[in-house]
Design a protein around this ligand. Structure first.
Ligand SMILES: *[C@@H]1O[C@H](CO)[C@@H](O)[C@H](O)[C@H]1NC(C)=O
Ligand SMILES: *[C@@H]1O[C@H](CO)[C@@H](O)[C@H](O)[C@H]1NC(C)=O
Ligand SMILES: *[C@@H]1O[C@H](CO)[C@@H](O)[C@H](O)[C@H]1NC(C)=O
Ligand SMILES: *[C@@H]1O[C@H](CO)[C@@H](O)[C@H](O)[C@H]1NC(C)=O
Ligand SMILES: *[C@@H]1O[C@H](CO)[C@@H](O)[C@H](O)[C@H]1NC(C)=O
Ligand SMILES: *[C@@H]1O[C@H](CO)[C@@H](O)[C@H](O)[C@H]1NC(C)=O
Ligand SMILES: *[C@@H]1O[C@H](CO)[C@@H](O)[C@H](O)[C@H]1NC(C)=O
Ligand SMILES: *[C@@H]1O[C@H](CO)[C@@H](O)[C@H](O)[C@H]1NC(C)=O
Ligand SMILES: [Ca+2]
Length: 489
């Protein structure tokens, strides 16, 4: 214990520059020599500022943790693929590296994460995942760009990013972390599986793991729900199976009428959606298992819900199938079926599936994995996170608490928001670092686990207004004891 405390104290000691950081920062432009890499720009940000961004996803970003050194670089991952990335290197550095993930099929640098991580005194690196923009089109006929997306970008980001951190501060990071949600969650598991030495600790939210089936599920759901073909010019969906958005409020109210009180509190939150045996009166689409919409209480106005129930074939699945699986620009999705899903499995572009339970190498390096999933997530069902948990624990034939913990968050939507206290330091939207301590913050909880051996028993969510709720780790359950929710075996 004494040893652990000393270790924590050593890691937490703040880095102090021997020379003026601004001079050191600006010199990086000409002094950094890294494999396959060109330094595109270097800037020293002196006060909290709004800065312009790289790539086409957004035009500006906040820098609250200034002063920091901002390094923009490109690394060729092969002769036909490259990664654009930024490192944000705060003057006040606690000796920790943080790699960031991406979302959907994008190519967007996570500027919120860069700001968030640097404000907690990490040296942070985020990349464009090997292509620019939100569409999957850059993947078309570019197998190496697909490889970047599927597994390589996150590794190269870590390898080159750590070298930049090392060069700037003149000392390597003591510990390395990863933070990502959705596709970023998939990238985090992929890193632990394929590059177990890259990170000492990994936080993933709502991970898009078992990717091929997730894409297949979105496609099948669209099909069941009478979604129009992506290329249709119709403005009104006339399929008899289509549920117009207005009706989702009615459906949600009925789901809540039946299931809200199962947890003992009528608050709009269904704590354990799997307990909700919703009786829909015959509309078969409500009964499809694990569809993430039913039994959660989500409505069409929940963020990301319209991507699933809005009436169009899922653009994620459409882009993935056309550009990564079939290698075509046009495809008619009218008769999307399990045969399409089987093809996803067969091609498995870049090994994107990310559904293996063999985390033994990561475990044996004493890596720690903290994952969370909102139970009102309409885009990726929280059941997917239970599935991967069970897969890992079966594969390794061991209880996972020693190195892998899953927190299910009642009421939370996809990665953030929803109902109730869902701010956990997940870094997705500005302000999620509601309370800066490891009891309330998944990233800081992971730091304590990695550096101090203090495994998080619970995570406390905040709503920013003083209301909190204790969130439980699977397979424990969140149970109302008459006063508040507590965790029970
Ligand atoms: C990266 O690739 C581009 C295009 O092939 C090439 O022009 C550039 O010199 C390469 N950069 C490095 C550092 O290898
Ligand atoms: C640099 O490029 C070569 C050739 O494409 C590749 O084999 C090597 O892995 C790359 N190194 C890094 C750090 O990406
Ligand atoms: C939390 O906030 C305090 C006070 O602002 C600060 O001193 C401390 O460094 C912060 N902790 C972390 C891990 O950033
Ligand atoms: C469906 O697609 C049409 C045509 O691209 C678009 O105008 C509409 O906003 C989309 N609806 C949703 C819910 O995304
Ligand atoms: C599309 O191209 C990839 C290689 O990038 C290949 O593996 C796959 O089989 C191709 N798809 C079809 C349907 O031919
Ligand atoms: C979809 O299936 C129907 C019924 O079998 C068939 O008439 C139609 O041509 C198919 N459409 C496409 C685009 O394959
Ligand atoms: C806190 O309460 C205020 C006033 O009721 C409200 O405007 C704000 O949105 C709330 N913030 C959160 C995070 O719920
Ligand atoms: C509920 O749990 C809390 C925290 O453990 C405890 O303080 C409280 O007494 C419990 N309430 C009841 C009615 O058991
Ligand atoms: Ca409830």
């Amino acid at each position: 214990m004494v040893y652990l405390l000393l270790l924590v104290a050593a890691l937490l000691s703040t880095f102090v520059f021997a020379t003026d950081p601004q001079t050191k920062c600006l010199a990086l432009k000409n002094t950094l020599r890294l494999e396959n890499t060109t330094i595109l720009d270097v800037a020293y940000i002196n006060a909290p500022a709004i800065v312009s961004t790289a790539g086409s996803c957004q035009s500006s970003a906040s820098v609250t943790a200034a002063p920091l050194c901002r390094v923009y670089f490109v690394t060729n991952t092969t002769s036909t693929s490259a990664l654009h990335a930024e490192a944000w290197l705060p003057d006040t550095w606690y000796g920790r590296f943080l790699g960031l993930g991406n979302g959907g099929l994008n190519g967007c640098l996570d500027y919120v994460g860069l700001d968030y991580g640097s404000s907690l005194h990490f040296a942070v690196v985020g990349s464009d995942n090997g292509h620019d923009g939100s569409s999957g089109l850059p993947l078309l006929n570019h197998p190496e760009v697909i490889n970047d997306y599927a597994f390589r970008a996150i590794h190269v980001e870590a390898v080159i990013g750590k070298q930049i951190v090392d060069a700037y501060y003149g000392t390597p990071s003591a510990k390395s972390y990863f933070l990502g949600c959705s596709t970023g969650g998939r990238q985090g598991l992929q890193a632990a599986l394929k590059f177990p030495a890259d990170f000492d600790g990994i936080v993933t939210g709502a991970p898009a793991v078992d990717w091929n089936h997730l894409m297949g599920w979105l496609g099948m759901l669209a099909h069941y729900m009478g979604a129009t073909n992506l290329d249709s010019t119709a403005t009104v969906n006339t399929s008899p199976k289509f549920i117009p958005p207005e009706l989702w409020g009615v459906i949600s109210a009925e789901i809540l009428r039946q299931c809200d009180f199962l947890d003992g509190v009528r608050d709009g939150i269904i704590t354990e959606p799997d307990d909700c045996d919703f009786r829909s009166g015959g509309a078969s689409v409500y009964r499809k298992p694990d569809n993430g919409l039913f039994d959660t209480g989500a409505t069409s106005s929940d963020p990301f819900a319209s991507a699933v129930i809005g009436g169009n074939f899922s653009s994620l699945t459409a882009d993935w199938e056309r550009y990564a699986v079939l290698n075509v620009t046009e495809y008619d999705f009218t008769n999307f079926s399990v045969q399409d899903v089987a093809l996803f499995d067969q091609v498995n572009p870049g090994g994107v599936a990310t559904f293996s339970g063999d985390l033994s190498a990561f475990r044996d390096r004493r890596g720690k994995f903290l994952t969370y999933h909102g139970r009102r997530d309409p885009l990726i069902s929280s059941t997917n996170s239970k599935r991967v948990y069970d897969l890992i624990s079966q594969t390794l034939s061991q209880p996972l608490d020693d190195f892998y913990r899953l927190f299910l968050i009642p009421g939370m939507g996809h990665c953030f928001g929803g109902l109730g206290p869902t701010l956990l330091g997940q870094g997705i939207v500005p302000g999620t670092n509601a309370v800066n301590d490891s009891a309330h913050n998944v990233l800081l909880a992971l730091v304590d686990w990695v550096e101090g051996g203090l495994a998080p028993a619970t995570i406390i969510g905040s709503d920013g207004n003083g209301t909190e709720r204790t969130h439980c780790r699977y397979p424990m359950r969140s149970v109302f004891n008459g006063t508040l929710f507590v965790c029970r075996e």
